[in-house]
Design a protein around this ligand. Structure first.
Ligand code: CU
Length: 157
């Protein structure tokens, strides 16, 4: 038999749990993956599709496995594909925005360890809302050798 103090604590815990369960992440992240990196390799790319529920701007990433995590874009300059860091990528409400090979992507630089297929790593998305407030969302991303099947707009079977 629970004391009233214990049952109150249990009730409060249940309330806290239901609140945090109900709070869905602002950004739905699908097909996220980071490309494997062998020993001695200093950087690698990360890819995902981001669909925000409200208008947000992606302003960067953070990961415990690398000293920096930049948002990059790729552009053709003449015949040469070049990439450069950008500060922000708009995420319009309800519209999927793809970070993919050959386009916008996440660049992990200064890798602290090799990333092997089967590993998972934590990534923090740094986002800014329309009022300029910083919102952070944490995701868990698998390490793969190539893009997951179905990532390229093919319907799921
Ligand atoms: Cu890059």
């Amino acid at each position: 038999m629970m004391t009233s103090k214990q049952s109150l604590a249990a009730l409060m815990l249940a309330m806290v749990c239901s609140i945090s369960m109900a709070k869905e992440p602002l950004v739905e992240v699908t097909d996220a993956w980071v490309r494997q990196a062998v020993k001695g390799q200093s950087g690698t790319g990360g890819f995902m599709v981001l669909t925000s529920r409200v208008p947000l701007t992606l302003v960067g990433f953070r990961s415990p496995v690398s000293t920096s995590a930049e948002l990059h874009e790729m552009n053709m300059q003449g015949d040469v594909m070049r990439m450069r860091a950008i500060d922000a990528l708009p995420l319009p409400a309800g519209q999927p925005v793809a970070l993919q090979p050959g386009g916008h992507h996440l660049m992990l630089m200064g890798l602290k360890r090799p990333l092997s297929v089967g590993d998972h790593l934590l990534l923090t998305l740094k986002l800014r809302d329309e009022k300029g407030r910083l919102v952070q969302q944490r995701i868990r991303v698998p390490v793969l050798a190539t893009a997951p099947a179905g990532a390229a707009s093919q319907p799921h079977r």
